[in-house]
Design a protein around this ligand. Sequence first.
Ligand code: NAD
Length: 256
Amino acid sequence: MSLHGKTALVTGSTSGIGLGIAKVLAAAGANVLLNGFGDPAAALAEVSSHGGRVAHHPADLGDVAQLEALFAYAKAEFGGVDILVNNAGIQHVAPVEAFPVERWDSIIALNLSAVFHCTRLALPGMRERNWGRIVNIASVHGQVGSVGKVAYVAAKHGVVGLTKVVGLETATTPITCNAICPGWVLTPLVQKQIDDRIASGTDPQQAQHDLLAEKQPSVAFVTPQHLGELVLFLCSEAGSQVRGAAWNIDGGWLAQ
Ligand code: NAD
């Protein structure tokens, strides 16, 4: 399948899942606009080696003005966004009574509100060009809870709800909006949670095994490549009647 001539914006794509998705979309011929913190040189090199046009914008998506500047840049440089992958996300783990208020605010701002803002800014251009794909990287935590993750779980449930509404509001158009709900993927976000177990005395291999075994029946990680291939399917004609879905890819986590 070719995405030649389409432009994909993948938020939070300087690392982890977003980078994996960006590589798959670029390999399918899309122009890719990367976003995220840190030095983007390595991500730019990895994604550029696939062919299409690639750029990076450093907007902090917790800040609406910066987010709007990202979309202005996308319009000026690429003519707009055809494929929006709302991927940027952060985590913090603490019990609800001890959950730092500023962490609640920043998780809701990035993991939920930025999905709303990016969607409202992408949709007018998609309607004008009469084609679009919005893919929200939610989580199994968009469908079930886990202790210590009050802000993350609330935000991801919000993303699944937002996805249904946008899926309905675009239902008669060639624009679709869906959520993907991954289980554990070995990225810096999850490595931090493994490191916490190592810090409390568990052997590194055992810590990784225990994290998986507690929730994910396959006891194997989902990979960024798996997620990229699922995004690619949602961009295809075969995916055109998947609308408002929350698609699990979780090694069986939600089957329990
Ligand atoms: P990661 O930490 O590897 O990457 C996060 C990306 O977001 C980075 O590029 C980072 O620079 C960027 N980012 C962080 N704050 C930002 C901000 N304010 N503005 C713009 N960019 C920002 O994390 P990941 O594991 O690849 O997670 C990506 C998404 O997948 C998140 O939404 C996460 O909730 C979701 N997810 C991850 C897992 C997992 O097991 N890793 C499982 C389910 C869902």
